[in-house]
Design a binder for this molecule. Structure first.
Ligand code: DGL
Length: 264
């Protein structure tokens, strides 16, 4: 294991930055390559077959090019669909990002949990299984809020995230039967924690928002414990697709320690 061997953080867009923030706290010495599949964004509107093929193909090629010590699929949609398959074909350790149903179930006082995710995530058997295992006896209401992905992407490009999109996501969940006593909301898409403040304004005061970023960072720190790390770690941001669109992210990326945007 070389000290410079990176941790590869992968998402369809900039959602993985919510995971990166926690990773930096847990493992500040880690060299990171953040890979955004902007050409494939949004994953949430694609079929299971399209997502599985795309994610497995890209991660295979990225592993060859960057020889990461670990890959984190910082995307709930890709993880709930393709985690098992990618683990089978790649030898590198892979950490997924799956909806934080377990901590939400432990936290709720009313027993009613809301879950916001992409269209593809909320229909996954993976989510049914998490619900059955960890939220047994609780009520979990799932709502697809794909427009929040675009709103988060806009926010991180320095634009105002669409207030209508945020309102529609909150109203959609709150319109579901039994939602009156929701006290905990799972943000089951890595883009959504980037809009937590905006979303919180539409829910009752005291509503808790839960996502898995901190737990994922802890897991990565655990799996890489004892490995050599560089004294002065460097980070790279790579993206698929149109480089002009990707370059719009640069001012924001600089605040996260990335100096350039490279094509993949
Ligand atoms: N960030 C991704 C989804 C965004 C997309 O639809 O591409 C997730 O966690 O699910």
């Amino acid at each position: 294991m070389e000290a410079q061997s990176p941790i590869l953080l992968f998402d369809s867009g900039i959602g993985g930055l919510s995971v990166l923030a926690e990773l930096r706290k847990a493992l500040p010495q880690a060299p990171v390559i953040y890979a955004a599949d902007l050409a494939g964004l949004p994953y949430g509107e694609k079929s299971e077959a399209q997502i599985a093929a795309r994610v497995a193909g890209l991660l295979g090629r990225m592993s060859e090019r960057y020889t990461p010590r670990l890959i984190c699929i910082a995307c709930n949609t890709a993880s709930t669909i393709a985690l098992g398959m990618v683990r089978e074909v790649l030898e590198v350790p892979i950490v997924g990002t799956v909806p934080a149903i377990k901590p939400a179930a432990a936290m709720t006082q009313t027993g009613v949990i809301g879950l916001l995710g992409t269209q593809a995530t909320i229909r996954q058997a993976y989510v049914d299984n998490l619900e059955a295992e960890f939220a047994n006896g609780k009520r979990m209401l799932r709502f697809a809020a794909p427009e929040l992905v675009e709103a988060a992407e806009a926010k991180l490009r320095g634009k105002t995230p669409s207030p209508e999109a945020i309102q529609a996501a909150a109203d959609g969940l709150k319109a579901m039967a039994g939602s009156e006593t929701i006290d905990t909301v799972v943000l089951a898409c890595t883009h959504f924690p980037l809009l937590e403040d905006e979303l919180a304004r539409h829910f009752a005061p005291g509503t808790r928002f839960v996502h898995g970023a901190e737990g994922i960072a802890r897991r990565i720190a655990h799996l890489t414990k004892g490995q050599p790390f560089p004294v002065d770690p460097s980070s790279r941001f790579v993206a698929t697709g149109d480089m002009q669109t990707a370059q719009e992210l640069l001012p924001m990326l600089k605040t996260h320690g990335f100096q350039t945007v490279e094509p993949f």
